[in-house]
Design a protein around this ligand. Structure first.
Ligand SMILES: [Zn+2]
Ligand SMILES: [Zn+2]
Length: 245
């Protein structure tokens, strides 16, 4: 498993951090989690194009996580480098309604002639040789987090969330526990360094990686907060960072 951090920021523009998007590479399968504004360009900067992606998983429908879906599909129609393989777009309940609305807004601009778009809930998606689990998390009505297991390695991505027992259960024993860490102090529906550290400790995570950082976040403060609750290894993600797990 290789994780590439495409965007480690939030919805507020930042010179350093693009909006949320994470790429998980499993052997020859590329899974993109969330596509915030600017993700298709950030993906290119990390060495990948829209043609490399097999599945896109969404955690929720906030603009900073899903807005590049339309540009992704629009770019996929570029005649000189058209996408030719099918794509699965997976999201929480409501993803089909979201797609219907997007489709009625943009019509043919998004509709491929060379491949198919499959809009699925996680329950409808059938992984090829790996395990997928989700958990409902406290952020929006639909918010979910994802856990992927392959060959004994566990990847967990929270999306946006506050603290919850479901999150701890989802993250149990993760080799890479990727948590949002929005603000220095607790704000409802988000994690702060101390809470992220608490979740990592309760999960017994092998490695904690923090992402979805607002521009107010300072690395030193994050380290102090996390260390109060978690003594294991942790990293503050950077755009373009790649980790093998
Ligand atoms: Zn967000
Ligand atoms: Zn959100």
């Amino acid at each position: 498993m290789v994780v590439t951090f495409i965007g480690t920021g939030c919805g507020v523009p930042s010179q350093e951090r693009s909006s949320p998007s994470i790429l998980l590479s499993l052997d020859h399968e590329h899974i993109l989690f969330d596509t915030g504004p600017g993700s298709i360009r950030a993906l290119l900067r990390a060495g990948y194009t829209y043609n490399d992606i097999d599945h896109i998983f969404y955690t929720h429908f906030h603009v900073d996580h899903i807005s590049d879906l339309a540009p992704f599909l629009f770019a996929s129609k570029y005649p000189l480098a058209p996408r030719e393989k099918d794509i699965n777009i997976i999201g929480p309940p409501g993803i089909k309604e979201f797609w219907d609305r997007l489709h009625s807004l943009y019509g043919e601009q998004l509709i491929p002639s060379l491949y198919s778009i499959n809009i699925l809930t996680p329950e409808e998606f059938i992984p090829n040789g790996w395990k997928l689990k989700t958990a409902k998390l406290p952020h929006t009505e639909e918010s979910i987090g994802y856990r992927i297991e392959k060959k004994g390695k566990v990847f967990v991505y929270s999306g946006d969330t506050g603290y919850s027992k479901e999150l701890v259960k989802l993250g149990k024993g993760a080799n890479a526990l990727i948590l949002e860490c929005s603000f220095p102090k607790e704000v409802e529906g988000h994690l702060c360094p101390e809470l992220a550290g608490r979740v990592a400790r309760e999960c017994n995570a092998k490695l904690l990686i923090l992402t979805h950082l607002y521009p107010v976040m300072r690395k030193e403060e994050i380290s102090i907060g996390v260390s109060k609750k978690f003594l294991g290894e942790f990293i503050v993600a950077r755009d373009g960072m790649r980790i093998e797990i």
